[in-house]
Design a protein around this ligand. Structure first.
Ligand code: GLP
Length: 233
């Protein structure tokens, strides 16, 4: 069995508190310079906790996991908008990075993003998980060697994520996402998962087998992973 650390909490607020404590400690020890961020409803209490705190992120550079292809930052459905709304408009960072899903040349943008990421080196990467086990937008079948790329979203993900779309905007079928290898290059990974809808993905992780069919299971290949969940097993 791998050395994944499991933290069981009562609810997402308690989960956010755990993340807060880790981040605070790393900042105090001057070990947090590059922080990988995620989007999704799971992250809302995390960012709320930070914005209500005294945490000083002014020396921290951030890299987000992913962005829909074709959505401008001004679209309420884009991840850039989500980040501005929940965090960046409220806390000052040294620099923030999100893949540009409107780049004219998406391939070049993927390469540029991956190069910037690797040059900076992620200290901590936050992760959520999709109901089908995807991390960032690495859908089932994504290889362990993948770096930042344009991903085709599955029917399942399109269905789940389209619920959150506003203004009748059509959900993009592709997204730019860090790859599995990009994520695994972080020194520390913290994955949060709350609610029964995430049980199947966490069950797969607990089974211990690493399989591309459940991208979350790639976390077994990393030596510093914390899972924060309200699910009991
Ligand atoms: C999207 C994101 C993932 C995120 C997932 C879960 O698919 N690309 O990074 O983990 O949603 O979202 P939620 O937290 O809303 O369940």
């Amino acid at each position: 069995m791998s050395n994944i650390k499991w933290l069981q909490v009562e609810n997402s607020e308690q989960g956010a508190e755990q993340v807060y404590q880790i981040v605070k400690q790393e900042l105090e020890h001057n070990r947090l310079h590059v922080l990988g961020l995620a989007t999704g409803s799971t992250m809302i209490p995390v960012y709320k906790r930070w914005t209500e705190s005294e945490l000083d992120f002014s020396v921290v550079k951030t890299f987000n996991l992913d962005e829909y292809v074709g959505l401008e930052a001004s679209s309420p459905n884009s991840y850039a908008y989500f980040m501005n709304d929940h965090l960046f408009n409220k806390k000052q960072f040294k620099e923030t990075n999100i893949p540009n899903g409107t780049a004219v040349n998406l391939e070049e943008e993927c390469q540029r993003y991956e190069a910037d990421l690797q040059q900076s080196g992620l200290d901590i990467q936050l992760l959520g998980v999709g109901e089908n086990g995807h991390i960032a937008f690495n859908e089932p079948g994504t290889s362990a060697q993948s770096v930042t790329h344009v991903a085709q979203l599955t029917e399942s993900t399109l269905g789940v994520n389209s619920q959150y779309f506003e203004n009748d905007e059509k959900i993009p079928e592709t997204a730019m996402t860090m790859g599995i290898a990009s994520i695994m290059s972080a020194k520390q990974l913290i994955l949060l998962a709350f609610g029964e809808k995430k049980r199947a993905a966490l069950e797969k992780l607990r089974e211990g087998e690493v399989t591309a069919e459940w991208p979350i299971t790639y976390l077994h290949n990393h030596d510093n992973v914390t899972i924060i969940t309200d699910l009991q097993f």
